[in-house]
Design a protein around this ligand. Structure first.
Ligand code: MN
Length: 193
């Protein structure tokens, strides 16, 4: 098994009241574990891809010469593995800001509030399951957009920086159908900005 479920740097209840402990525990120990296990399974038939860094694999996943079903498994479970890993890392009760990123965000979006507005809008309007992203394109420009399922900015040749999971499993226990309220509260958990 190449990939293991990444450990959290904080307790399941550390993001309360914005994200409840039960949601965190199920999300991490069940959902993320399943993506990790299924990613390992999808890699079993592809010893050449096991050695490839996950970032590179995700950037090339749509061009791989494997059959559609295997490609879908690698994209969905590899994406699920990576996206959740990043999600846990950018949330932290210690809440350390990244001044250099804040400077770039202000330059690109005018203000932190304007960035937050655009990002929240992408998260709110994403139809069905997926993630909102802040990513850097190949020229270094920051971009905000939503992607469906477990798709990754790496597939567009971008570097992901901030992500927000808007699959119902990420918020339904506490927020039910109130996705906008989850998004609004989630900003309190984000370090970096
Ligand atoms: Mn999730």
């Amino acid at each position: 098994m190449k990939y293991e479920l990444p450990k959290l740097n904080y307790a399941y209840d550390a993001l309360e009241p914005f994200i409840d402990a039960q949601t965190m525990e199920i999300h991490h120990s069940k959902h993320h574990q399943a993506y990790t296990d299924n990613f390992n399974k999808a890699l079993e038939a592809h010893s050449d891809l096991v050695e490839m860094p996950v970032e590179e694999l995700l950037s090339k996943v749509n061009e791989l010469s494997v059959d559609e079903k295997e490609k879908n498994a690698l994209r969905n479970h590899g994406g699920g593995y990576y996206n959740h890993k990043l999600f846990w890392e950018i949330m932290d009760p210690a809440n350390k800001k990244d001044e250099s990123l804040i400077k770039d965000v202000k330059k690109e979006f005018g203000s932190v509030d304007s960035f937050k507005e655009q990002f929240s809008e992408a998260a709110k309007t994403l139809f069905g399951s997926g993630w909102a992203w802040l990513a850097r394109d190949a020229t270094g420009k920051l971009q905000v957009y939503g992607l469906p399922n477990q798709d990754s900015p790496f597939q567009k040749g971008h570097i992901p920086i901030i992500c927000l999971d808007v699959w119902e499993h990420a918020y339904y226990l506490k927020y039910q159908n109130r996705r906008p309220e989850y998004i609004e509260n989630w900003w309190n958990t984000l370090k970096l900005i």
